[in-house]
Design a protein around this ligand. Structure first.
Ligand SMILES: NC(=O)c1ccc[n+]([C@@H]2O[C@H](COP(=O)([O-])OP(=O)(O)OC[C@H]3O[C@@H](n4cnc5c(N)ncnc54)[C@H](O)[C@@H]3O)[C@@H](O)[C@H]2O)c1
Length: 322
C-alpha cells in the first residue's frame, strides 16, 4: 500500500509547480502549495481547488514557514529573464533566503528537500554538452547574475545543510522546459514563438538563430522530479534534467511555423548580454541513477503547447471584448 505523504511545493502555482501539484495529487499525496503569486497565477491550479487533499496558501519564501511536511519541493523563483530582472535584489533574496528558510524547515521536521536549480549555473559554458562536474562560466556582476548566482548559492546551502546537518537533499539542474501554462509573454523562446505565430506576427529571433537550445516537455521533466525525490539518500545530485536533443533557435522557429500553419516571417534582433550560445544537457547521471530520459518528441510537445496557447489567446480575446 502506498503511504500518503504531506508534500510542500513552493512556487506551486507557477508553470512547473502546477504540473507537479497535479502529479503529486494523482499519486495520492496531500499537497500544500505556497506561492506569492509574483509570476504564477491561481488559474493554473483552479481545477485543483476543490480537491480536499490540496491546500493553497499565499506565502513568500523569503519569510520563514512553520508547517509539518514529509517532503519539500522548492520551486519558488521567477524563471524567465524579464521576470527575474524586474527586481533583481528580490530574485537573489528569493533564491538565497528562500533556500535558507526551506532548508531550516526541512531540518526541523526532518523532511526530504528538492531544489529546482538550473542549467544557468553553467553560465555561458565552455564545455558541451554540460556534465554536472563542470563548474560553469557565470558573469557574477552581469544582469543575469541575480538568478544564476542566486541559484548557485542555493546549491551551496543545500550541500552545506547536507554535510553539516545530514539533510536528505535532491538538487536538479533543470534545462529549458516548455508546455501548457507557460506565461504567454515572459520572453521565453518557445512561448514567444508560439504566441507570435498564433497572432500572425513576425517571429523575433535574437542573434542569427544559430545558437542552440534543448527543449524538454513538462511531463517528462516532472517524471524526473518524482524519480529524483524517490531515489536513495545517496543520490543528492546535482543532476541534470533536460532533453539532450539539440535544436538551433532558427529550427525551433521553423517548426513552430510548420505546426501552427502560420505565415509569420522571421525577424532578427541583437543578442542580449550574456546570452549563452549553446545549451545541451548530458543526462548520463539521470539515466544511471533514475533510469530517466525524456520520451516526448519536440513535435508532439509543441502540438500540445500550441493547443494550450491557442485556447488561451481565444479566451483572452473574448475577455477583452466583453
Ligand atoms: N521552466 C524552466 O525551463 C526552468 C528551467 C530551469 C529552472 N527552472 C526553475 O524551476 C522553478 C519553477 O520555474 P517555472 O518555469 O515554473 O517558473 P514560474 O515563474 O512559472 O514559477 C515560479 C513560481 O514561484 C513563485 N514565486 C516567485 N517568487 C516567490 C517568492 N519569493 N515566494 C513564493 N513564491 C514565489 C511565482 O509566483 C511562481 O508561481 C524555478 O525555481 C526556476 O528557476 C525552470
Amino acid at each position: 500500500m502506498m503511504l500518503r505523504k504531506r508534500v510542500l511545493v513552493t512556487g506551486g502555482v507557477g508553470f512547473l509547480g502546477s504540473h507537479l501539484c497535479e502529479r503529486l495529487l494523482a499519486e495520492g499525496h496531500d499537497v500544500l502549495c505556497i506561492d506569492n503569486f509574483f509570476t504564477g497565477t491561481k488559474d493554473n491550479v483552479l481545477h485543483l481547488l476543490d480537491n480536499h487533499h490540496f491546500e493553497l496558501v499565499r506565502h513568500d519564501v523569503t519569510f520563514p514557514l512553520y508547517v509539518e511536511v514529509d517532503e519539500i519541493y522548492n520551486l519558488a523563483c521567477p524563471a524567465s529573464p524579464v521576470h527575474y530582472q524586474h527586481d533583481p535584489v528580490q530574485t537573489t533574496k528569493t533564491s538565497v533566503h528562500g533556500a535558507i528558510n526551506m532548508l531550516g524547515l526541512a531540518k526541523r521536521v526532518k523532511a526530504k528537500i528538492f531544489q529546482a536549480s538550473t542549467s544557468e549555473v553553467y553560465g555561458d559554458p565552455h564545455i558541451h554538452p554540460q556534465t554536472e562536474d563542470y563548474r560553469g562560466n557565470v558573469n557574477p556582476i552581469g544582469p543575469r547574475a541575480c538568478y544564476d548566482e542566486g541559484k548557485r548559492c542555493a546549491e551551496t546551502l543545500f550541500f552545506d545543510y547536507h554535510r553539516q546537518h545530514n539533510l536528505r537533499i535532491k538538487v536538479a539542474r533543470i534545462f529549458n522546459t516548455y508546455g501548457p501554462r507557460m506565461h504567454p509573454n515572459d520572453g521565453r523562446v518557445v512561448s514567444n514563438f508560439i504566441v507570435q505565430a498564433l497572432k500572425g506576427e513576425p517571429i523575433t529571433i535574437f542573434g542569427d538563430g544559430s545558437q542552440t537550445r534543448s527543449f524538454c516537455y513538462v511531463d517528462d521533466l516532472i517524471e524526473g522530479f518524482i524519480r529524483l525525490m524517490a531515489s536513495g539518500d545517496d543520490v543528492t545530485g546535482p543532476i541534470n534534467l533536460g532533453n539532450p536533443g539539440e535544436f538551433t533557435i532558427r529550427q525551433l522557429a521553423e517548426q513552430v511555423i510548420a505546426e501552427t500553419g502560420a505565415k509569420s516571417k522571421l525577424i532578427f534582433k541583437p543578442l542580449p548580454q550574456d546570452d549563452p550560445l549553446q545549451r545541451q544537457p548530458n543526462i548520463t547521471l539521470a539515466r544511471q541513477h533514475l533510469g530517466w530520459e525524456p520520451k516526448i518528441p519536440l513535435k508532439d510537445g509543441l502540438k500540445r503547447t500550441i493547443a494550450y496557447f491557442d485556447d488561451l489567446l481565444r479566451r483572452m480575446k473574448v475577455e477583452a471584448a466583453s
